[in-house]
Design a protein around this ligand. Sequence first.
Ligand code: ATP
Ligand code: MG
Length: 567
Amino acid sequence: MSNDEKKKPLDFIRAMVEDDLRTGKYGGRVATRFPPEPNGYLHIGHTKAIWLNYGIAQEYGGTFNLRFDDTNPASEKQRYVDAIIEDIRWLGVDWEDRLYFASDYFEQMYEWGEKLIRDGSAYVDSLSEAEIRDYRGTVMEPGRPSPFRDRPAEESLDLYRRMREGEFEDGAHVLRAKIDMAHPNMTMRDPLLFRIRHESHYRRGDEWCIYPMYDYAHCLEDAIEDITHSLCTLEFKVNREIYDWVLDAVGIERPRTEQTEFARLNIDYTVMSKRKLVQLVDGGHVSGWDDPRLPTVAGLRRRGVTPEAIRKFNEMIGVADVDSRIEYSRLEFAIRDDLNWRSPRRLAVLDPLKVVITDYPEGRVEWIDAPEFPHDIGKEGTRRMPFTREVWIERSDFMEEPFRKFYRLAPDREVRLRHAYVIRCDEVVKDEDTGEIVELRCSHDPDTLGANPADGRRIKGTIHWVSAEHAVPAEVRLYDRLFSVPDPEADLGEDQDFTVNLNPESLIVVEGARVEPALADDRPGTRYQFERHGYFMSDPEASSQNGLVFNRTVTLRDSWARMEKDR
Ligand code: ATP
Ligand code: MG
């Protein structure tokens, strides 16, 4: 740990871990885990839980388990297991040989169920699902005991075994804890432990037709793996009581795993639950789980975000015990901060306008050594940029009738071409029919290559350009926020869902871009700053139908802050 990190005040979870180490509660042991359910891809919210658990294990010489919490056959898939493993590896997190599956514990969980029945702590209930709900009562009213609550243990045991053997239909019986139907905490009103589901499990196949419920399974998974600090998000606060109850009932002795809750990560302009992300993927609103607009780890990776940026973001926002929404611009800030020092600069023209430098000889090519990084980054390196008589500039860098403070190119005005000459616009050529500007005819000052004009006149603007002869065609994908409002789930009408708030401009595909030739031979997945446009990464997968393909990771500035102020 560096001195800097040491000085940072501890978050409340690390403070607790340090306390436990001081008092020797777990004999100096720290064991954490990340328990994803393989029913979708990981999102950036999960990375908060990953860094918290993994970070604590690392900082305190503990162990970190990756455990798939795969107790529900309905939506879990091997493909999600594979994707989650790939994502966590990419994040740089190492679980060594501690990869576990809750579905490997079914037998043990089943047996503990028998024990609970024998001890009078559980019973098989034969009410229907709807009846169970009805008997449970409400926050205001106590529940009523099921007529099966006091059936003899022998009878429950027999039914429980036959549930497992597959004798009954889904929903015919359930195993329930026998606690208190009037308990003020609703989750303690005889919660379900096992239910019948005749459904194949992606790992266990048809071995099982009863599956454990979360409140029963999760604490047992932690206990089996000898976890010390079981960290989960705040909405599970009410489940803590049942967590401890189950562990007591099966006889796990203290000191043992304890649950602590922290605030989940929510970010503006996006949605963060797998259930919602599935809806976007399956509904065709995005191109897949790795669509660069999604807050998924795979999407962020494809967009060009690095694991280091995600980690920095998590450190920046910290860990607290009250929920909050994080501004999207803070994520963008962390991404820019990381890409700034690692991305060599390049020039790319997204909306090209032809400039002919009439006093520059035809056929002449000057190769300019242009630095890869600005001075303040302190990194060496240059790439070669060809300068020729015809170049492309950005259409928006020319105005026929410039407004005040427009310091770029205009008739009879001068501008510097980045790393090259100062040029003057002498003539504007228009399409005779449409009036559209099709070409600018300019002259250059031959003494200004990398130097100021000899006569001391000041050039206010610098614009980017590429050689028309050497430039490479490219498709540039400009990604933006997926939703156009900060909270996509707020203020929805009766039959609206959050997809009405999708930002129609979250992806703009620019097909006719021209980029400097130094970009042509690079590996896909290389990151750059296109000067004045933002940070980009060449797409690792897209084919080159339209030439090279670049994804914009983030703009150079927070343009939304202005828009929000205006609103
Ligand atoms: P989702 O609603 O996206 O499916 P989940 O909690 O159901 O989320 P799990 O796969 O069960 O997804 O989550 C694995 C772990 O990640 C849990 O410990 C959970 O608390 C944590 N986690 C999930 N979402 C977030 C989030 N937004 N911020 C922090 N931690 C999260
Ligand atoms: Mg879940």
